[in-house]
Write a protein that binds this ligand. Structure first.
Ligand code: XMP
Length: 515
């Protein structure tokens, strides 16, 4: 995608915020890509970025072996913005001096802008920003001026306006930095001269053209899961080639209540796609009989999916292409700042294992996009909000939310309970801030009393978490009255359940799913 668009190269020195910088740049309608920190200057210049951002990172430029960019980058006439570690490295490589700070600054700080230069033009003189650093610039390289300071850090920002090289000691990409987006915008538009040509409407047109050119008059198969990524891919490829796209939806019997019907309604109905729904629940239940080990369940479900999908795909005859929803974070090739390069390439489970006689070429139309961009794209393609805003749902489905053996009855019970969780929470004003919310069925019975009788019934757990990326999570502080309503609805309306508990564990050390 990049060559057709103006773009910003983000050299990744291992900051936890590197991807966030890339997203923030794209939010300003400028395409951006993460590249390895050690990319040779000539190779980067050949790709003609409009500007270069040097990310933060965990290392110190004062250490031996600290990761450094090719110093020739500064001599290409391409504007550069160093953030945190990127600022310190710039100071060091251009002849300045960095020293360990007297005080470590971590968290909120207030800067005073002394020279607005291009970055701070028309912004307030005092700005609340987010800092996270130990070292600081003691002497700036020749020709640089300090643009802003804090009480403990005399060079909170520096710049050389003639060479268009800037550095910030704070993080403009995090929301805690006031006017952070404005500072980035000034770099992109006023320093780099970007025009802002990264827009979803154009992306659709370009992607449609690319898919058509690649596919010609042949056919494409797509495994539709009902999740955001595969749904958006299906809608996009369908726009390009219509009914030469064949979507296969495997109903494994482990989905949430109403999910298969919604997929049929949306894709088979509203979009008029060639949607093949394979009702394979019985096969999955058969293979899961007697199995209680979580990893064994996952393996069985993974294999069964491949068997069912492959059998259906073979019936389509000779289809050379497989469309799938690989996202940008899955394909970013980064270099670890300590030690050698490490490629973080995840494989999508439904492709790696396909049998050898099904050798597809891949169509991955959203592999340059972040998840939030995929959602914007989904809306632009006319997908309903229920799909665009769908919470992540694990491939093994409810099987990993039923502790112990998975049987049709237990799935039916959990679907009933889970539906009530969703119904009640969808009315909650904080719903959009939840990462996942669901019910889990435990393999224990507890005593209760209903009417005049004693019950000995099952326990449902509510798991409702907030998270940015699923790697860490915290349980959500849901108002008690909502928890109360969910609990009484489940106990009153779902036969066989007499107790509901709320999981108040964070991740780590717990995980989000119970298995
Ligand atoms: P955990 O339970 O590891 O979950 O904290 C993190 C995120 O991953 C999802 N998850 C899965 N997704 N197949 C999937 O496709 C799986 O086997 C699987 N296990 C967990 C989970 O829902 C959460 O979003």
């Amino acid at each position: 995608m990049a060559p057709a668009h103006e773009w910003i190269a983000i050299l990744d020195f291992g900051s936890q915020y590197s991807q966030l910088i890339a997203r923030r740049v794209r939010e300003q309608q400028v395409y951006s890509e993460l590249v390895r920190f050690d990319i040779p200057a000539a190779a980067l210049a050949a790709r003609r970025p409009a500007g270069i951002i040097l990310s933060g990172g965990p290392a110190s430029v004062l250490e031996d072996g600290a990761p450094l960019c090719d110093p020739a980058l500064y001599a290409q006439g391409i504007p550069v913005l160093g953030i945190c570690y990127g600022l310190q490295m710039t100071a060091k490589l251009l002849g300045g001096r960095v020293r360990p700070g007297a005080a470590r600054e971590y968290g909120p700080a207030r800067i005073t802008v002394r020279r607005p230069a291009a970055l701070f033009r028309n912004l307030p003189e005092g700005l609340d920003v987010w800092m996270s650093h130990g070292d600081q610039v003691a002497e700036m390289p020749e020709g640089f001026a300090a643009l802003a300071e804090t009480a403990t850090c005399p060079v909170a920002a520096m710049g050389h306006e003639g060479r268009r090289i800037y550095g910030l000691q704070f993080h403009p990409e995090v929301v805690h930095t006031h006017h952070g987006a404005d500072i980035l915008r000034r770099f992109l538009y006023d320093v780099c001269g970007c025009r802002g040509d990264w827009r979803m409407a154009d992306f659709i047109e370009e992607s449609v053209a690319v898919v058509r050119a690649k596919v010609g008059d042949r056919d494409v198969v797509c495994g539709l899961s009902g999740g955001v990524d595969s749904s958006v891919v299906a809608a996009l490829v369908h726009r390009a080639i219509g009914r030469r796209l064949h979507c296969i939806f495997v109903d494994n019997g482990l989905l949430r209540a109403g999910e298969a019907e919604e997929v049929e309604r949306t894709f088979g109905g509203a979009f008029g796609m060639d949607l093949r729904v394979v009702r394979a629940g019985p096969l999955f239940f058969e293979r899961l009989r007697g199995v209680t080990d979580p990893e064994e369940k996952r393996k069985i479900i993974g294999r069964a999916f491949i068997d069912v999908f492959s059998a259906e795909a073979r019936q389509l005859g000779d289809v050379p292409f497989l469309a799938q929803g690989t996202l940008y974070p899955d394909v970013i090739e980064s270099a670890s700042p300590t030690g050698g390069p490490s490629a973080t390439i995840k494989s999508h489970h439904n492709v790696g294992g396909l049998p050898p006689d099904l050798h597809f070429s891949l169509i991955e139309p959203v592999r340059d996009l972040f998840k939030d961009e995929v959602r914007v794209l989904g809306r632009a393609l006319g997908l309903p909000e229920t799909i665009v805003n769908r919470q992540p749902f694990p491939g093994p489905g409810l099987a990993v939310r039923i502790i112990g053996e998975v049987t049709p009855d237990r799935v039916a019970l959990l679907q009933q309970a889970d539906r009530r969780v969703q119904e009640e929470l969808s009315r909650y004003e904080g719903y959009a801030g939840l990462w996942q919310s669901f019910a889990v069925l435990l393999p224990v019975r507890t005593v209760g009393v209903m009417g005049d009788g004693r019950t000995y019934d099952q326990v449902v757990v509510l798991r409702i978490v907030e998270s940015q990326d699923g790697m860490t999570a915290d349980w959500s502080r849901i108002p008690y009255d909502i928890l109360g309503r969910i609990s009484s609805r489940i106990i009153n309306e779902v036969p066989g359940v007499n107790r509901v508990v709320y999981d108040i564990s964070s991740k780590p050390p717990a995980t989000i799913e119970w298995e």
